[in-house]
Design a protein around this ligand. Structure first.
Ligand SMILES: NC(=O)c1ccc[n+]([C@@H]2O[C@H](COP(=O)([O-])OP(=O)(O)OC[C@H]3O[C@@H](n4cnc5c(N)ncnc54)[C@H](OP(=O)(O)O)[C@@H]3O)[C@@H](O)[C@H]2O)c1
Length: 252
């Protein structure tokens, strides 16, 4: 397919790389960020533009990968009759695009994407189209970059998935960041915890997380819990989270 990517951030970069690797042609990258757009255009041997007024109108598909709160602004005067146009936001309704074309939808990558990554991660895609043509086009685009990880999801289902994604990714990652900070302050090496993190994540492929919990909370080891809480007295935020998580694991 011939594709135009609007945006030059994390999602734009990773999707563009995936599209290129699958043999699609990226006709143009359009972004207000001139240096990011031209870096991606150079990488993909294509052209870049910094204004929506310079948008190439010859593509089959337009992927809008900008911050959720600016999609509305970006598409104010965008009209692409006959073209398939989709945004990539988990929690934005597809109807935001309905004035742009009759063939609008969502192309949501359920993955944590960072443009500086040195590999192309596996990405489950959830798509939704305003009509059959859009759904088929977005499904086929998703399957071309992610065979086996593609499903249809309407706005409500996508939002529920987004909530689950925030919990397993952003919240867990925040706990890693707090633990890293704690390790630094206590003169410990955070990297020594990585085999533990990997093992816990790997188990999820075969076993429900509810079946694999270990540690003082599930064992009701009150003595250890109280000792940990006392040692966390100089880390009030961590101490509070420790209490909250312990209660949650205990089912309270
Ligand atoms: N990253 C993820 O893991 C992920 C996963 C699934 C879905 N998504 C969704 O994908 C979309 C893009 O996310 P992202 O992670 O790629 O964000 P990002 O890396 O922060 O990139 C955002 C893009 O939007 C542009 N932008 C921001 N404000 C703008 C404005 N006022 N006018 C014009 N352009 C503006 C940015 O340009 P500047 O560089 O000039 O700011 C940049 O090109 C979002 O809807 C997000 O919810 C993200």
């Amino acid at each position: 397919m011939e594709i135009v990517i609007i945006g030059s951030g994390n999602v734009a970069a990773i999707l563009g790389r995936k599209f290129k690797a699958a043999g699609h042609t990226i006709l143009q990258v359009v972004s207000r960020n001139a240096s990011a757009a031209s870096a991606l255009a150079y990488e993909w041997n294509t052209e870049s533009a910094n204004y929506m007024s310079l948008l190439n109108h010859r593509a089959d598909v337009y992927i809008i990968a900008v911050s959720d709160n600016v999609i509305h602004e970006i598409i104010q005067s965008l009209r692409l009759p006959g073209k398939v146009v989709a945004h990539t936001a988990g929690s934005v309704n597809k109807d935001i695009l309905k004035k742009v074309t009759a063939h609008y939808g969502v192309f949501y990558p359920l993955q944590s994407l960072r443009k500086e990554t040195d590999h192309l991660p596996e990405i489950p895609f959830f798509y939704e189209g305003s009509d059959d043509k859009t759904s088929k086009t977005l499904e086929s685009l998703a399957l071309s970059v992610s065979p086996g990880f593609v499903a249809k999801a309407d706005s409500e289902e996508r939002t529920r998935l987004h909530i689950a994604a925030v919990i397993v990714n952003n919240f867990v990652n925040h706990l890693y960041a707090l633990a890293e900070d704690y390790c630094k302050k206590e003169g410990l090496d955070f990297h020594q915890l990585i085999p533990l993190i990997e093992e816990t994540a790997l188990r999820l492929k075969t076993t429900s997380p509810s079946q694999t919990m270990t540690g003082p909370a599930i064992r009701n080891d009150e003595e250890t819990i109280q000792k940990h809480l006392a040692l966390l007295k100089n880390y009030p935020k961590l101490q509070e989270l420790y209490k909250l998580m312990t209660e949650s694991i205990r089912g309270n």
